[in-house]
Design a protein around this ligand. Sequence first.
Ligand code: GDP
Length: 147
Amino acid sequence: METTLILLKPDTVERSLVGQVISRLENKGLKINGLKMMQLDDAIIEEHYDFLMDKPFFPGIKAYMKRTPVVAIAVSGANAIATVRNLTGATNPSEALPGSIRGDFALTIDANIIHASDSAETAEKELKRFFNEGEVVEYTKVTDAVV
Ligand code: GDP
């Protein structure tokens, strides 16, 4: 069982797609263990995207990620990290396959709907970055036995 970090980016909030994207995760059988809205500031964006800080488009990412609050979600399930990356689709929505979240809901790389941790190591770091102690909860659902 793995837990991974998802951010629904400002375009998802602005376009009222939060419910539809969360439904994709729930329909897949993933369990929501943490869920909150957060207004990001420069410090957390710089930490989260530190590997992109030298890129010419970094100021654009910063402005984008601050446009509205984001929705931070911790989800768990068997192979959740790779599964959520597959549901998410390619970084550039023009290359994301139909059926994936970016493939179905986004058009350009400037507004690609969702962030999802890309490895176990990243997921662990990112969950701590966006959720405080006690905000990610474990519980049992009757459906756990059938997904
Ligand atoms: P991800 O793991 O699929 O989100 O992709 P990356 O870790 O490579 O990039 C992180 C985020 O930076 C992407 O989701 C985009 O929001 C943004 N990004 C990456 N490359 C570009 C680019 O070439 N142009 C712009 N505008 N944004 C980019």
